[in-house]
Design a protein around this ligand. Structure first.
Ligand code: COA
Length: 354
């Protein structure tokens, strides 16, 4: 047997493979294919950045148009999937999306076209699953751009703020070897198909320590009216050694550039919003007490709330964006593949007689 290497629990700081898609970087900036994600969010459209993530470079106009058209033309849902969704009546939105994606009758080409179909259908699966859960009529996407259409599917508001939503979608696109992407790469390394690999990633993203954090943020922020409330809340949680959702990060120990960006976006559009003011108070006090920075989920929740998006959609929004990152990782894994199969340190009984 070859020599064993014992790595830290949770694989913290263990470099398991190379990637050229994104890095949280030596500079502490999140880079997508070398560009600062926050700058892309400010200056580029969701489709341009999604194209960049998948193809490694920004599109020309001649490349962007067919990319957008492909997404648009696939943004339709099959009657059979809708029927199954209504039969199953799953009450949890993420479980519904995960199950529906895995059932989806794609032509199994195992190529980019399968990813394009999943990417285009995810916003519809999100919106229609919610309609099925709430017993409300299904919506038709409005607008021309991907994020604009998605926004129209999950709000009843006029679309005047969808650009802020688009910025958040860009910041959720990719984050190197996070848990769901790693799960997808493990699946891809077995040469499974894209639908199965995305199902594994969605199942992993659902956990509260990964994507599920953003929907818990609003609950505590609603109860914070002033500094005293913020202090009481943070102290209470820390005393009980409970985690506060929207804080801490495996990689960003000093600052999460995405959180800073969304915080400043909120300062521009909603400076007096109660939850925004409360979030800043909790952030300041948490940093003072524990030295932990806010992560993107803290301000993402506040932004989505301000934009009239119901809490049930927070995690699906993350998923509908991150699937483009998973797309790039699936093919990167296959381009230089070795099955991911670690070893374990056995701590059970020695070999014994029956
Ligand atoms: N609230 C309170 N304390 C926290 C915390 C949080 N959200 N996140 C980390 N800590 C504390 C830990 O208890 C630990 O304290 P200790 O050294 O006194 O024991 C210390 O900070 C280091 O945390 P650790 O759990 O080792 O960090 P990690 O890298 O393993 O975990 C997360 C990272 C994201 C899983 C973790 O910070 C967390 O659970 N955050 C809340 C969930 C969340 O917002 N997830 C979204 C991520 S984008």
């Amino acid at each position: 047997m070859s020599e064993e290497i014992i790595v830290p629990k949770g694989l913290a700081n263990v470099v398991v493979d190379t990637t050229s898609i994104a890095t949280t970087g030596a500079s502490g900036n999140l880079l997508y294919r070398g560009y600062r994600a926050v700058e892309l969010a400010e200056k580029k459209s969701f489709e341009e950045v999604a194209y960049l993530i998948i193809n490694g470079r920004l599109p020309t106009q001649n490349e962007l148009t067919p990319f957008k058209n492909e997404l648009n033309s696939n943004m339709v849902i099959d009657e059979s999937v809708l029927k199954i969704m209504n039969m199953v009546k799953e009450k949890n939105l993420m479980r519904s999306i995960r199950s529906m994606i895995s059932l989806y009758p794609y032509k199994m080409n195992d190529d980019q076209s399968t990813f394009t179909q999943m990417e285009a259908k995810m916003p519809l699966l999100t919106s229609y699953s919610a309609s099925s859960i709430n017993g409300t009529p299904i919506k038709t996407p409005k607008g021309v751009d991907f994020s604009q259409k998605f926004y129209s599917l999950i709000t009843d508001r006029e679309n005047k703020n969808w650009k802020s939503f688009e910025k958040l979608m860009i910041l959720y696109l990719e984050h190197e070897f996070n848990a769901s992407t790693f799960a997808l790469r493990v699946a891809a390394s077995t040469l499974t198909d894209p639908v199965s690999a995305v199902t594994a990633a969605l199942a992993t993203l659902k956990g509260p320590l990964h994507g599920g954090a953003n929907s818990e943020v609003l609950t505590y922020l609603s109860g914070i009216e002033n500094e005293k409330d913020a202090m009481k809340f943070v102290e209470g949680k820390l005393e009980k050694k409970e985690k506060i959702m929207g804080f801490g990060h495996r990689v960003y120990k000093k600052r999460d550039p995405r959180a800073l960006f969304v915080r400043e976006e909120l300062r521009k559009i909603a400076p007096t919003d109660q939850k925004f003011v409360a979030a800043e108070m909790v952030e300041n006090y948490m940093f003072e007490k524990k030295g932990l920075p806010a992560n993107v989920d803290l301000y993402a929740a506040v932004l989505m709330d301000y934009l009239g998006i119901n809490e049930m959609f927070y995690l699906p929004v993350f998923a509908c964006s991150r699937i483009f990152g998973w797309n790039a990782h699936y093919f990167e894994q296959l381009s230089n593949n070795k099955i991911i199969r670690p070893a374990s340190q056995y701590i059970g009984e020695e070999e014994r007689e029956l």
